[in-house]
Design a protein around this ligand. Structure first.
Ligand SMILES: *Cc1c(COP(=O)(O)O)cnc(C)c1O
Length: 382
């Protein structure tokens, strides 16, 4: 018989393994919320926000209903809207550009760096020029810390300051990562993050937060997430949203944050092992000195023509892969009419053809890592 049954599929991200580890603690945390019934902005929300400020070093953490809302709240707090341009990379999850459009502004795309997949700060000036030529006022840049690796925040800050831009860090995939040996949360004027279940620190539903050192902006964010309220709930100062992190999710996140540093280390160990074992058969991710990734994805590059074959070979061995992202935003139906900085986005196009992500989570055991590595090597060397 040359037909072997397919081995069982391993999970791409194993949310259940962590659930088993934390089981009792999470159940008790949820039970406490069920006991006091303060489901919206209950005590666990304030406790979790305090933990977030301790963990990141930011003065303020304002939680909200999702990472997307965190970005929207930040742009709204800053007063960005119609006629304004928001510069963002083309190679990212759609929410980065979506939020600019949602507040009525215009996203303007800029290319990324091939080595880090993150925004190429050298392109920011060209995007500013493109925005001005369309009669828009360049107001903000949203660097993304893609796949868990911080963007080059030094270069982004320099380019943004030269153009007077507000910097909103989209750290939805990179909560806990470090740049210049400091955790994300204080680079740029505001940092948005997500607690979507598949992100490095995920809850059991949707959740997000904005981090900032700016007292006035923090007050504004707290007002905006509660329908633009003032001193009390029926005093409405501005148009806002209903966007809070549920108390139950905050209670879950408090428990998960306790083991998060350990999980970051586990992810990093796995990523190092992958890179050592695969560096001669694929382009493996490089982490610049002073930075640490939280490995939201472990993404390699293979020549475009070989990617489908690799994905199929791994699938046949029960190993799932994913393509983040197969189509850069400037080629998406919803976004293709928005402006692009001078120089275009050739790197984003190339990455979309070459990237493939391997299973990555803190509970991926060594035998499974070996299975993934061996199968990847076999597929790429055949
Ligand atoms: C996940 C993600 C978001 C949005 O977060 P949600 O919590 O899913 O709304 C924004 N930007 C990037 C880069 C993301 O990966």
């Amino acid at each position: 018989m040359n037909q072997r049954p397919n081995p069982p599929m391993i999970p791409f991200i194993d949310v259940a393994a962590q659930r088993r580890r934390l089981g009792g603690a999470i159940d008790a945390a949820i039970a406490r919320v069920l006991g006091h019934c303060q489901f919206i902005l209950g005590p666990e929300v304030r406790m979790f926000e305090a933990e977030l400020t301790k963990f990141t070093g930011a003065r303020h953490a304002v939680t909200c209903a999702s990472g997307t809302d965190a970005l929207v709240l930040a742009l709204r707090a800053r007063g960005i809207g119609p006629g304004d341009a928001v510069i963002c990379p083309s190679f990212t999850f759609c929410a980065t550009a979506e939020v600019a459009a949602l507040v009525g502004a215009t996203p303007v795309f800029v290319d990324v760096d091939a080595a880090t997949f993150n925004v190429d700060a050298n392109g920011i000036a060209g995007a500013v020029a493109a925005a001005k030529s369309k009669g828009l006022t360049p107001k903000a840049v949203i660097p993304v810390d893609l796949f868990g690796l911080p963007a080059d925040h030094g270069a982004v800050a320099a380019a943004a300051e030269a153009e007077g831009l507000f910097i909103l860090d989209d750290a939805a995939q990179a909560f806990g990562a470090t740049f210049n040996n400091r955790r994300l949360g204080t680079f740029g004027h505001m940092t948005a993050t997500s607690f979507f279940p598949a992100k490095p620190l995920g809850c059991y539903g949707d959740g997000g937060a904005v981090l900032t050192d700016d007292d006035e902006m923090a007050d504004m964010l707290r007002s905006l997430r509660m329908h633009g309220q003032g001193g009390d709930r029926y005093d409405n100062l501005r148009i806002g949203l209903a966007s809070r992190l549920d108390t139950i999710q905050a209670a879950i996140l408090i428990e998960k944050l306790k083991i998060f540093p350990e999980e970051i280390e586990a992810r990093d160990r796995i990523a190092r092992r992958y890179s050592e074992a695969l560096g001669d058969v694929a382009i493996v991710p490089k982490v610049p000195p002073g930075s640490a990734s939280v490995w939201a994805q472990y993404t390699i590059r293979v020549a475009g023509g070989r990617r489908d074959g690799l994905a199929a070979a791994l699938k046949a061995e029960g190993i799932p892969t994913a393509i983040y992202y197969p189509i850069p935003l400037h080629r998406q139906q919803a976004y293709s009419h928005y402006p692009m900085g001078a120089g275009g986005a050739a790197v984003s196009d190339r990455l979309a053809d070459e990237v493939i992500s391997l299973p990555m989570h803190a509970y991926l055991d060594e035998p499974t890592q070996s299975r993934i590595i061996d199968a990847t090597r076999r597929a790429l060397m055949s």
